[in-house]
Design a protein around this ligand. Structure first.
Ligand code: E4P
Length: 217
């Protein structure tokens, strides 16, 4: 399972990269705004800065909602780096644009996916990645992981090549469950990834080993 970090914060991306387990980055307009990135040039430069840190795919979201705007923006984003994945919302015009990008060899991430039907359409259109938002489904009183299971089953049935990128991951349990179910990728905040390290028996065990190590010198 690939690990993407879900942030536009360069320090956090660098920290995850330095851990040696980072396979890519996802961003969205909210995450970019949180970093104070404003204006076309600054936005494009920020994506270049992210690409300069990571070795893998970097999702950059279009802001347009018509086919023409999505295609124009997506082509500009894709021209920044071969690492760029054009993130396109799950709307009718978005599906048409994903088909267009797929025929042009431009990678896509179909975002804001909340149902199996939407996931089927994204795969049929040829999306490289599809992003079901499991945390937001949980927030609405349903189990987001159920959708991941459904998608894994459906994509396996038809050998769809689209990779299931579990998004809106909120905690380390989400990550572990996605791995059990067979998601291809998770994208998570740094703290959810780092929390996978934690176990009190590891801390206690290390404290004891270090104490005993002093007796050896
Ligand atoms: C997906 O790529 C989105 O950037 C993200 O995972 C949304 O997460 P949120 O629901 O925590 O905003």
């Amino acid at each position: 399972m690939k690990f993407f970090i879900d942030t536009a914060n360069l320090a956090q991306i660098q920290e995850a990269h330095d851990l040696g387990i980072l396979d890519g980055v996802t961003t969205n307009p909210s995450l970019m705004a949180k970093e104070g990135i404003k204006g076309y040039d600054a936005v494009m430069q920020h994506y270049v800065n992210i690409c300069n840190i990571v070795d893998g795919d970097v999702s950059a979201e279009v802001l347009g909602t018509t086919f023409d705007d999505i295609v124009r923006e997506g082509e500009e984003l894709a021209a920044l780096s071969p690492k760029i994945v054009v993130k396109v919302p799950m709307i009718k015009e978005g599906i048409k644009a994903i088909r267009y990008f797929s025929q042009k060899g431009i990678k896509t991430n179909c975002t804001l996916v909340f149902s199996a039907g939407q996931a089927i359409l994204a795969a049929k259109a040829g999306a490289t990645y599809v992003s079901p938002f499991i945390g937001r489904i949980d927030d609405s009183g349903h189990d987001g992981l159920d959708l991941i299971e459904q998608m894994v089953q459906i994509y396996d049935n038809y050998s769809f090549q689209t990779q299931i990128l579990a998004a809106s991951v909120r905690n380390s349990l989400h990550i572990i469950k996605c791995a059990e179910i067979g998601a291809d990728v998770i994208t998570a905040p740094l703290d959810a990834i780092v929390a996978l390290l934690n176990h009190p028996l590891t801390d206690n065990g290390l404290a004891k080993f270090l104490a005993d190590a002093k007796k050896m010198s």
